[in-house]
Design a protein around this ligand. Structure first.
Ligand code: RP5
Length: 169
């Protein structure tokens, strides 16, 4: 029997995939299984309801939901499940300047939180999803610690390189 994916990545349209694939790439990089699909709040509302109601029972632990423009998907999914929902505002072709999707996802009313990352910030959504899983999974927490250590080292390498250039060595 295969283990169900712990992270579900959903997006409002195929056109969101270039942004949302960054969440998938991060989860791949640390070996966290996920599913990825399209669920549109406006064009497939019944699919959205079915997805959100079934996710917890299928073993999903965290939902990452991305959408652009009038971005109802993350909030509507959050209203239908007790799973944590991480929202990714997408600067889509129908966005005015991205603020429409940011505010649609960020400004949820009391009672229905969506953990909103930056505009097009799907990589951070992947990291946050892994951090949530890492609270009860030491192996994932260790991989996240390694990821953070490496990104710190990368910056320190750049600092050392700049210092060498400045000193002409
Ligand atoms: C939203 O409308 C989607 O999430 C997407 O960001 C945006 C544009 O969708 P398409 O017209 O490209 O399918 O629902």
């Amino acid at each position: 029997m295969t283990t169900p994916p712990q992270v579900s990545i959903i997006m409002g349209s195929q056109s969101d995939l270039p942004v949302m694939s960054k969440a998938a790439e991060f989860l791949d990089s640390i070996g966290v299984d996920y599913e990825i699909t399209i669920v549109s709040a406006h064009r497939t509302p019944e699919r959205m309801v079915t997805f959100a109601k079934a996710a917890r029972g299928r073993g999903v632990k965290v939902i990452i939901a991305g959408a652009g423009g009038a971005a109802h998907l993350p909030g509507m999914v959050a209203s239908l499940t007790t799973l944590p929902v991480i929202g990714v505002p997408v600067k889509s072709s129908n966005s005015i300047d991205g603020w429409d999707s940011i505010l649609s996802i960020l400004q949820m009313p009391n009672g229905v939180p969506v953990a909103t990352v930056a505009l097009d910030g799907a990589k951070n959504a992947g990291i946050l999803a892994a951090e949530i899983l890492g609270t009860s999974d030491e192996a994932i927490a260790d991989k996240l610690a390694d990821f953070k250590k490496k990104q710190t080292e990368k910056v320190l390498d750049s600092v050392a390189q700049l210092d060498r250039q400045k000193n002409g060595s």
